[in-house]
Design a protein around this ligand. Sequence first.
Ligand code: NAD
Length: 247
Amino acid sequence: MLLKGKCAVVTGAGKGIGRAIALKLAEQGANIVINYRSSEKEAEEVVQAIEEAGGAAFAVKADVSKFDEAEKLIKGAQEKFGRVDILVNNAGITKDTLLLRMKEEDFDSVISVNLKGCFNCVKHVSPIMLKQKSGRIINISSVIGLVGNAGQANYAASKAGIIGLTKSVAKELGSRGITVNAVAPGFIETDMTDVLSDKIKESMQDSIPLKRLGKTSDVAEAVAFLASEGASYITGQVINVDGGMVV
Ligand code: NAD
């Protein structure tokens, strides 16, 4: 129970990687705030799974791209559990298409959820963590933010932006006992990657040194480590969880 008594907010936690992170942090003893944007049913199912395992959780509807909704999410967590120790910015979307076909709104919406959403939550959690003189912020980036990808100019820009934000905020908040790190997953099996054809998935798998696609639990393990006491001297870093994909 490495995180007993801690409060963790996980954005976009109703399914996929966010869900796995929420379950993992709960398993370590943290009280969890499950953020969701649209599916209350999915979020409540995660809450139920945590409660059945003996943990505490509640779900909060908020679109993290909206500054005020992100504020309500963070304040709600603080009111319920008295503090916020861990923030995992996981919510993300894709709107893939080649640059020539990419509409302005495809670019804006991806930046708005992935990058601005991360900023919004960091902004609102910072005063709480500064007062506590402790905190862990973990931002979910992507290897695409490191190497780029045809058809993902918007997504790659948002995920590279998260890395710049992570490093800057790590420098700003480090002296107050707050660490800020990013996790960059490679190809993880979730709804986000389910839309790709089997042919693309097979060729991806071939290019990965560990010869398998990632599981949501692979990402959750890295996040749990960064949230743990053992990671207290790690900040401003990007941890790739990609089976060696971008070595
Ligand atoms: P997913 O689509 O299964 O889950 C994303 C979650 O974010 C959903 O629950 C969705 O409702 C939520 N969300 C979207 N917009 C939101 C908003 N405005 N406010 C609140 N919640 C919102 O995707 P996933 O694969 O689990 O991805 C999770 C994160 O990991 C994303 O940031 C994604 O970019 C990143 N990532 C995924 C992969 C992968 O291969 N699956 C690889 C690298 C990075």
